[in-house]
Design a binder for this molecule. Structure first.
Ligand SMILES: [Fe+2]
Ligand SMILES: [Fe+2]
Length: 199
């Protein structure tokens, strides 16, 4: 099964800045994503994207929502149409005249799978948060107190343990950090306390 998108342009520049409303995005999310575990993953990534936009990019409310929306919908078609991931959500957002930057971020959240290179900071951070967020959540589930008391050292230990959350690509995590020009430690330290809020 190939998920290659075979294209490099997304959306329409005339729709720059357009978003779905929070209500519209939530309706789409709830209609398309039925698996509660996947829902949680998408909400966690959404929260990290919003936090990064606010704290690291110093963006205002509208832009924070653009980042959050990219996170919230990045895997929207994975549950019911995995063979069309992420083609289907991209086409849906294009048909709804959504900001091309949001669509592009979704299209580049797995360059090895979709064949689209992350370019903007939004692209790069979505790619960087995606796998690492999943690994950290898996770790929280095996700890007696979840996120409470979780530290960088523990996460790094799990990262080195290839059998732990084996479906999480360590290569992708390294590749994403390199592209975003962020130290893995820094990213993990950013994620732990913020993800604990959406667990
Ligand atoms: Fe995905
Ligand atoms: Fe994801």
């Amino acid at each position: 099964m190939s998920l290659q998108l075979d294209r490099s342009a997304f959306g329409n520049a005339a729709h720059k800045g357009n978003t779905l409303t929070r209500e519209e995005a939530t309706a789409l999310f709830e209609e398309w994503v039925l698996n509660p575990r996947l829902q949680l993953h998408m909400k966690q990534v959404a929260n990290l994207m919003k936090a990064w936009a606010a704290e690291k990019e110093n963006l205002g409310e509208h832009d924070q929502w653009r980042w959050e929306m990219a996170g919230l919908l990045h895997d929207a078609d994975w549950d019911q149409w995995p063979e069309q991931h992420c083609k289907k959500i991209i086409e849906e957002l294009e048909s709804r005249n959504v900001d091309p930057e949001i669509i592009r971020a979704i299209a580049s959240h797995g360059p090895a799978h979709f064949g689209v290179e992350p370019e903007t900071n939004m692209d790069k951070m979505l790619y960087a948060f995606d796998e690492l967020s999943g690994l950290i959540h898996a770790y929280s589930l095996m700890r007696p107190n979840g996120y409470e008391g979780m530290d960088l050292k523990g996460v790094k230990k799990r990262l080195k343990e290839k059998s732990f959350a084996a479906n999480v690509s360590r290569e992708d995590i390294e590749d994403a950090c390199r592209r975003a020009n962020i130290l893995q430690d820094e990213l993990i330290s950013f994620i732990i306390p913020r993800q604990a809020q959406v667990a």
